[in-house]
Design a protein around this ligand. Structure first.
Ligand SMILES: Cc1cc2nc3c(=O)[nH]c(=O)nc-3n(C[C@H](O)[C@H](O)[C@H](O)COP(=O)(O)OP(=O)(O)OC[C@H]3O[C@@H](n4cnc5c(N)ncnc54)[C@H](O)[C@@H]3O)c2cc1C
Ligand SMILES: NC(=O)c1ccc[n+]([C@@H]2O[C@H](COP(=O)([O-])OP(=O)(O)OC[C@H]3O[C@@H](n4cnc5c(N)ncnc54)[C@H](OP(=O)(O)O)[C@@H]3O)[C@@H](O)[C@H]2O)c1
Length: 281
């Protein structure tokens, strides 16, 4: 039998009508241990189902070093029917109780060693579509707090500018990198807006198109990502982490496969791979 733990919602930040940041603190004990890239299972009894508990997975956006709370970024699924749990989460208020199961998930753990046992020093490129950014917010803060010296690039794709949920936090991390120097902290953040023609996005002057277009070569043969890092991306110098719709994973692999990149799921007989992903549909 599943035994749910209890937590209190301590913070609710509504970013827009269907996007929310929630923080929760366990009621009986400390914040659970977890690794950057893992998800937690939340649950609530659903009144329209006779109180049956509906449980769903949510990527943890906070980082393991933060022992104060667990943070999540949640989309209210509205169509074609209101989602059973996300609708309830959108009605939740600070001080409300929520149920949780301990964090888990292996798909997006940060790779630390190569198959030959050497340290993995490859550049880390994280590609998040929509709320698929969440695990990479955890990555960025974790790698920052542990003094990791690898080059880290976080790319976020959203339909609308007000869905760039962690723009400030990630911009601050990049500014710190510029101020300290990349030998100390080597971090870059860029976003792409996929509906640039819509009036609401009229102020956007950055990358347009879905997030995978960061990998599409321009006329000079270099992709926007390669222009950003200043060199050709190869399977020897870069590992990719991707989270989002299956279409986002497929779009990324359309660019990377011809360059010889393989996913952890399809890793070679010598255990090597250059892409990890978690998809949701
Ligand atoms: C590893 C992992 C991590 C995740 N992390 C996040 C995260 O960080 N943030 C986030 O927002 N989400 C995340 N998700 C998604 C999340 O787990 C839920 O799937 C999401 O919140 C929807 O749950 P729900 O109960 O609200 O919707 P559900 O009730 O499960 O509905 C799912 C879909 O089915 C449709 N539907 C429901 N009933 C019917 C019906 N009778 N006929 C036709 N269509 C129907 C709904 O409209 C909706 O589109 C993650 C998922 C996974 C697997
Ligand atoms: N770890 C996980 O598994 C995980 C993590 C977070 C969220 N989720 C779940 O994912 C669902 C939706 O996420 P979201 O609302 O954050 O996404 P979203 O805002 O609808 O989309 C984010 C970006 O992905 C693009 N996109 C949409 N559909 C696509 C497709 N089929 N192929 C490629 N790109 C696509 C969008 O482009 P357009 O503007 O062109 O549509 C947009 O640029 C939610 O139900 C959420 O619960 C799962």
């Amino acid at each position: 039998m599943v035994v749910d733990n209890k937590a209190t919602i301590t913070y609710v930040q509504l970013l827009k009508e269907d996007l929310v940041i929630i923080r929760m603190v366990p009621k009986d004990g400390p914040v659970p241990e977890y690794l950057a890239g893992q998800f937690i299972t939340l649950g609530l009894p659903n009144p329209v189902e006779g109180g049956k508990i509906v449980r769903r997975a949510y990527s943890i956006a906070s980082h393991p070093e933060n022992r104060k709370f667990i943070e999540l970024v949640i989309r209210w699924v509205r169509k074609p029917l209101p989602g059973r749990l996300s609708t309830q989460l959108f009605n939740a208020k600070e001080k409300d109780e929520i149920l949780w199961l301990k964090p888990t998930g292996r798909a997006l753990l940060i790779n630390e060693t190569l198959p030959n046992g050497e340290k993995d020093t490859r550049r880390i490129v994280c590609i998040g579509g929509g709320t698929g950014l969440a695990p990479f917010v955890s990555f960025a803060q974790h790698l920052h707090d542990t003094g990791d010296k690898r080059e880290i690039v976080v790319l976020h794709g959203a339909s609308y500018v007000d869905e760039l949920s962690y723009k400030e936090l990630l911009t601050d991390l990049e500014n710190e990198s510029i101020a300290k120097g990349k030998e100390k902290w080597n971090f870059k953040y860029r976003a792409a807006i996929s509906r640039p023609q819509e009036w609401f996005n009229r102020s956007w002057s950055g990358q347009v198109g879905r997030v995978e277009t960061f990998l599409r070569p321009r006329d000079n043969g270099m992709s926007p990502l390669e222009e950003l890092v200043g060199e050709t991306i190869t399977k020897e110098n870069t590992i990719f982490y991707v989270c989002g719709w299956q279409g986002t994973i497929d779009g990324v692999m359309d660019f990377l496969k011809p360059k010889g990149f393989v996913t952890e799921h399809d890793k070679r007989s010598d255990e090597s791979f250059e892409v990890k992903y978690e998809s949701y549909g």
